[in-house]
Design a protein around this ligand. Structure first.
Ligand code: PLP
Length: 391
């Protein structure tokens, strides 16, 4: 199979099915197709074709590309389903195969809204949830019940960039008759294919580095064909459809995924090394740093790097964080991640604002912690910007 960067450039490209076939996909904006007779209409409806909520050629192209990227992992066949957001993908991951009375185990360092959905919404559908520290495998084992259907975690967690032991978690989930679902939004399929390590379901927020230009809200969900057929059927009735233009934009972003992630990783490595040496910085969280407790696992699960996201803690707390944000010239404050430009976020005020100061302290999120999503600038400009802003 071709190198993943080559797959990212070509997978899902439109067929050469006519003279003057386009190199770049056309966008099919029609909400519904038109039919010449009842038999043709009947066939289209039976095949869930001809109505955009069921997907268009643009969705199929995007799904083919993301499935090809995940399939380089070499496990069994994997299919993808494009949906309206990362949260829609999480929702489908949880609801596709569960019924009232079932149980879900989730990592306590999942994205804040994922935790909110699990904790505050699922019980209304009769599902129970245990939230555990997946770094502690005994805790995970102890949480599983005979009704556990799904174990959900993230790789490259936010904001402390922890790396779970996916192989061990897959083993525990499968022993208990559950599936392992992994949100791999941060590394993208360019850097990590969780199915290689035993995951059954993979989730991406396409809003982040996958589309890569901060102009899309979207999500992807991947799994074995029979599982995706169930997710697709639920999506057809619930209707969390990705917009056609967003499908087109996401595939356009994927075309440069390989080179973007390579530059993101190189910039993140250089910037974290410099910040780790800076006297104003108490601690840097990036799993490829040699002192990180996750360095060995990262080298195995993410051999080409841990992505664009890292966090660092300033010795002088919130005041120093505010001063840095105000002094930076290139880098802006943005409560998201995965853009071409380098951005900062303040976890205590954004993703973790729902926790008390004490709860935040317990999970290591202080007022001096800033999360950085490194962009594609030349690293010397980023280093200079941070240096002048920290001085
Ligand atoms: N998963 C992770 C790891 C995220 O960081 C986010 C959003 O920040 C989501 C899922 C949700 O994605 P979306 O905002 O596209 O719904």
């Amino acid at each position: 199979m071709a190198h993943p960067d080559t797959l990212a450039v070509h997978a899902g490209e439109p067929p050469m099915d006519r003279p003057d076939a386009p190199m770049v996909p056309d966008i099919s904006v029609s909400a519904a197709a038109a039919y010449p007779d009842l038999d043709t209409l009947d066939q289209a409806m039976a095949g869930h074709r001809g109505y955009s909520r069921w997907g268009t050629a643009n969705h199929a192209q995007l799904e083919a590309a993301v499935a090809a990227l995940e399939s380089q992992a070499g496990g069994g066949p994997v299919e993808a389903l494009a949906v309206a957001s990362g949260m829609a993908a999480i929702g489908l991951a949880v609801l596709t195969d569960t019924t009232a009375g079932d149980h879900v185990v989730a990592a306590n360092d999942c994205y804040g809204t994922t935790i909110t959905f699990l904790r505050d919404d699922l019980h209304r559908f009769g599902l129970t949830v245990s939230v555990v520290d997946v770094q502690d495998l005994d805790q995970v084992r102890a949480a599983l019940t005979p009704r556990t259907r799904l174990l959900l975690c993230e790789i490259c967690t936010n904001p402390l960039i922890r790396i779970p032991d996916l192989e061990a978690l897959a083993g525990i989930a499968h022993e208990g008759g559950a599936l392992l679902a992994v949100d791999a939004t941060i590394p993208t399929p360019a850097l990590c294919q969780p199915t290689r390590w035993g995951a059954d379901v993979v989730v991406h927020s396409a809003t982040k580095n996958l589309s890569g230009h901060a102009d899309v809200i979207g999500g992807l969900i991947l799994g074995r064909p029979a599982w995706i057929a169930g997710a697709r059927s639920l999506a057809h009735t619930m209707g969390p459809a990705l917009g056609t233009f967003e499908a087109w934009l996401t595939l356009r972003g994927i075309r440069t995924l390989g080179v973007r992630m390579e530059r993101h990783v190189a910039n993140a490595c250089a910037l974290t090394a410099a910040l780790a040496r800076h006297p104003a910085v108490a601690r840097v969280y990036y799993p490829s740093l040699s002192g990180s407790p996750y360095a060995a696992r990262t080298a195995r699960l993410l051999p080409h790097g841990a992505g664009a996201l890292f966090s660092f803690e300033l010795r002088e707390g919130r005041e120093a964080a505010d001063r840095l944000v105000r002094r930076l010239r290139l880098v802006r404050l943005m409560p998201s991640l995965g853009h071409v430009a380098t951005t900062l976020s303040h976890p205590a005020l954004t993703s973790h604002r729902g926790l008390s100061e004490e709860e935040r302290a317990q999970v290591g999120i202080s007022q001096g912690l800033l999360r950085c999503s490194v962009g594609l600038e030349r690293v010397e400009d980023l280093l200079e910007d941070f240096e002048q802003a920290l001085s």
